[in-house]
Design a protein around this ligand. Structure first.
Ligand code: GDP
Length: 824
């Protein structure tokens, strides 16, 4: 595709280039000229800006999706015998409007007859007089067949927003549609409510549904004006049939047409009018399909035909068919407290490895059978994996075993684990480990945990504490029994006899076997030979093995299995579902591959401080969730208290996680999982966290004055955010060596790791991601020369203004403050 310039984009969206330039400036993209290229990101930024700006005043909720468009010409024969070139737009995505559901006037039953005749011409009626009930179908249909189909494409080179002219009449193929809509079709049809049409027999000047989509034009979608061609068509007096069309997440044009019992070309035509050129095999998403269905006067429903849940509801598996299922357990706790040892011990002693010489394999999860029931363990301990999974929207864990070493007590990661489990609403069973050690002190662990609101039963709480030793095995049985007891309280159930759904626990590319994925079945039964969809991959289950490498034929709820046969390697946390056929699975997978970007963008908008007020007004936000990371405990407490105090009757401010230390990946994952905003107080995000922040679009705010932090959150809640300054990191360098010279003072010998280091710019020094200095790069040298900047990969020597307390290993971060336009 050729590069998009401001000018060409302006043409595409139908605004004057000057206007577009103004809008770009308003959206924070300044300095463009009309010939300049426009990147996708900039387009997105512009659209987002326009959306937030127009959104408020519009009566109808609109959705705009970025359109990728290419224009081509096709030759077409006009009815006058000349051939001419027609511009055809191919749009990859589309512009949507949300239809107003209510407001369709109910017509009195007396008008039924008339309405039916009327509706036979709907929704794409040419302005012809309706011949009264006419038994012969053949004539008009034939007339249609003779009509050149090629007339349907755009007849004008698509001018900017054309209000739907009365001339925008459908070509007459729809007569064939009517022919096809035989009343004996399927159970899902019913007679049209006459109410859906205005009473009175006159032609409506406009096509489309009454009270139709006025905003479609306004939303920037260009109308495709079809040529006048229906003059000699006759109305079919067939009784109009309204179908209930069940739409899966993705559907091809052909299938959609089939569902409505019409020809694919009809669907293509409707889409054309929405400004979208599609082929018969193209996959549409549910929203687009819904518009088509409604446009054709039918009723769309979310069918989720690929979704086993839908099958469950429609099928004979009622609620009663739910059976108890084993709990899925994650082990968390501070480093070296014995998580791995505990998991290993249980795997070694409890996994039935007796038969077939099986040796336990690491597939990411295993299940054990106890006299009292079965349990499944996720084999990756720690809250990082747990929260990363949650951040992807996967709820896998039912119970957390919190391992606390009896000789060490509660440590920072113990507290983090508690926060992460609590935030996820997952109950904790405490394993007080290393009880075999002489220094073991069960009471101390209990007391320390109480301060974090994990309270043993004997002290009036509801948390179970079990003393164990992962070394000797002491107490392990009791621990497993306690977990099963806790599981009983949760009343975990699943349907067994249904198509499977589950979650990818881990996946990799195996040299011999291709993509292999460990899937935890959550509902239904996964069988060898099943067609599955795993995130953006699909395939047929070619082979299935359990945790001891045995080939198995089926796996029920809470059972982890390793499967082969997927088209590619899915991501951990991806949803898995059985699909009725392979083609459908492939379609949805393909579709998801395309859609992924959109979804991410939506999510990025979800939790921004600057969107707060709007969302509050929309009634979307009831709780403002924050994560507070600070350099010292005092600041964590002061900030948490001050921020939570901002709670009002409408909005509750809640700090779900407050800790000392730099911002880590698991903090970011927690923010994603709980839609939280991160407040960094004198601390920074480490490299991994920064990448995740960028890719996930997490909102993060750095402060060094508590008052500022509190004020800004308060302002966001009141919708009064001032223009904000964002700090962009220009470059960072690691201090390798420190030299003290009499002339220059303390010189930091650095290796520039990212971006550029510039002299005279603002800079901070970070030690373990905690800010220890904020000032300026005073001098910068490369070898013996003074330089103004040094790029990544190079070494340099630098001094900081009025600061000498630096050490090897510290990070120097050069940043600049950029004003960001508020979107409120
Ligand atoms: P993780 O970092 O939490 O996974 O901890 P590990 O399982 O790697 O254990 C850390 C250390 O503690 C290892 O040297 C283990 O051998 C030891 N350890 C774990 N559990 C016990 C226990 O119950 N008793 C004793 N004495 N040592 C243990």
């Amino acid at each position: 595709m050729p590069e998009t310039t401001v000018k060409s984009f302006a043409e595409q969206i139908g605004v004057a280039p000057d206007k577009l330039l103004q809008q770009l400036v308003a959206a924070g993209i300044a300095g463009k000229k009309s010939g300049d290229p426009l990147s996708d990101d900039e387009k997105m930024a512009l659209l987002n800006f326009l959306r937030t700006h127009h959104g408020a005043g519009e009566p109808e909720a609109k959705r705009i999706t970025l359109t990728q468009k290419s224009t081509s010409k096709i030759m077409q024969n006009s009815r006058f015998g000349q051939s001419r070139a027609v511009q055809v737009e191919v749009r990859k995505k589309r512009t949507f409007v949300k239809r107003p559901a209510p407001g369709e006037p109910e017509a009195p039953p007396a008008e039924v007859e008339e309405a039916i005749v009327e509706s036979a011409a709907e929704p794409e009626a040419p302005p012809v007089t309706v011949t009264p009930p006419e038994p012969t179908e053949a004539a008009p249909v034939e007339a249609v067949a003779e009509e050149p189909v090629a007339e349907t494409p755009v007849s004008e080179p698509v001018p900017a927003p054309v209000a739907e002219p009365p001339a925008a009449k459908e070509p007459p193929q729809n007569r064939t549609v009517r022919k096809d809509t035989r009343p004996e079709r399927g159970r899902n049809e019913r007679r049209e409510r006459p109410a859906a049409r205005p009473s009175g027999g006159d032609r409506k000047p406009q096509k489309g549904r009454p009270g139709g989509p006025p905003s479609r034009g306004a939303s920037g979608a260009k109308r495709v004006v079809t040529s006048m061609s229906g003059q000699h068509a006759f109305e079919m007096p067939t009784e109009r049939v309204v179908r209930d069309v069940y739409l899966p997440e993705a559907i091809t044009v052909a299938e959609l047409a089939q569902q409505m019992s019409i020809k694919a070309v009809e669907v293509i035509k409707v889409l054309m009018q929405l400004g979208m050129m599609v082929t018969i095999n193209q996959v549409l998403d549910r929203e687009t399909a819904t518009i088509v269905v409604e446009e054709l006067g039918h009723v769309a429903h979310e069918a989720r035909s690929h979704d086993p849940e839908a099958a469950l509801k429609v099928g004979d598996h009622e609620e009663g068919a739910r059976e108890p299922r084993p709990p899925v357990v994650t082990v968390m706790g501070h480093v070296d407290h014995g998580k791995t040892s505990l998991l290993d011990y249980i795997r070694k002693t409890k996994v039935a490895s007796g038969e077939a010489g099986g040796i336990t394999q690491h597939i990411g999860a295993y299940h054990v059978e106890m006299p009292k029931g079965m349990l499944t363990f996720l084999d990756t301990p720690g809250h990082e994996a747990f929260t990363a999974m949650r951040a992807r929207g996967a709820k896998v864990t039912d119970i957390v075993i919190l391992v606390v070493a009896a000789d060490d007590g509660v440590m920072p990661q113990t507290v983090e684990a508690i926060h992460h489990a609590r935030e996820a609403g997952v109950p904790i069973v405490v394993a007080v480990n290393k009880i075999d050690k002489p220094q073991a002190d069960m009471e101390r662990v209990k007391q320390e945990l109480v301060t974090h609101e994990v309270v043993p039963e004997e002290w009036g709480g509801s948390d179970i504490f079990v003393p164990v030793s992962a070394k000797t095995g002491q107490g392990i049985e009791d621990l497993l029994d306690a977990v099963l007891l806790q599981a009983e309280l949760l009343e975990l159930t699943a349907v067994r006899h249904a198509m499977a759904t589950g979650i990818v626990i881990e996946a990799r590319l195996d040299k011999g076997r291709g993509p292999v994925a460990t899937i935890l079945v959550q509902e239904g039964t996964l069988r060898k030979g099943d067609v599955i969809l795993a995130g953006r991959e699909s395939g047929r289950v070619r082979a299935m093995t359990d945790e001891i490498g045995r080939l198995i034929k089926e796996a029920g709820p809470s059972i982890p299995v390793e499967v082969q046969g997927l088209s590619g390697v899915p991501n951990a946390g991806d949803e898995v579902s059985g699909v009725e056929n392979e083609r459908k699975a492939r379609e949805i997978a393909l579709f998801r591959q395309g859609k992924y970007k959109d979804v991410k963008l939506q999510r990025q908008q979800a939790s921004k401080l600057s969107n707060m007020f709007q969302q509050m007004q929309d009634g979307d936000v009831k709780t403002l969730t924050l994560i507070v990371k600070a350099d010292v405990q005092g600041s964590v407490e002061a900030l948490t208290e001050a921020l939570e105090k901002l709670s009002t009757d409408e909005v509750k401010v809640r700090v779900v996680h407050g800790m000392v230390g730099g911002i880590s990946e698991s903090d970011v994952n927690l923010a994603v999982a709980s839609n939280a905003i991160i407040i960094g107080f004198n601390v920074r995000a480490d490299g991994g966290a920064r990448r995740l922040i960028d890719s996930e679009g997490v909102d993060i705010h750095y402060y060094n004055v508590i008052y500022d932090a509190v004020n800004e959150v308060k302002a966001a809640m009141a919708g009064m955010l001032k223009p904000q300054f964002r700090e962009d990191v220009v470059g960072s360098a690691e201090i390798r060596e420190v030299f003290r010279t009499s002339k220059a003072g303390t010189v930091a010998g650095c290796q520039v790791s990212e971006g550029v280091i510039r002299r005279g710019r603002q800079a901070r020094v970070l030690r373990d991601n905690v800010v220890i200095y904020d000032g300026e790069v005073e001098s910068l040298r490369r070898f013996r020369d003074d330089v103004s900047e040094v790029k990544a990969g190079m070494e340099c020597g630098l001094t900081l203004k009025n600061y000498s307390d630096i050490r090897a290993g510290d990070q120097v971060e050069v940043y600049e403050r950029v004003e960001v336009a508020r979107t409120l």
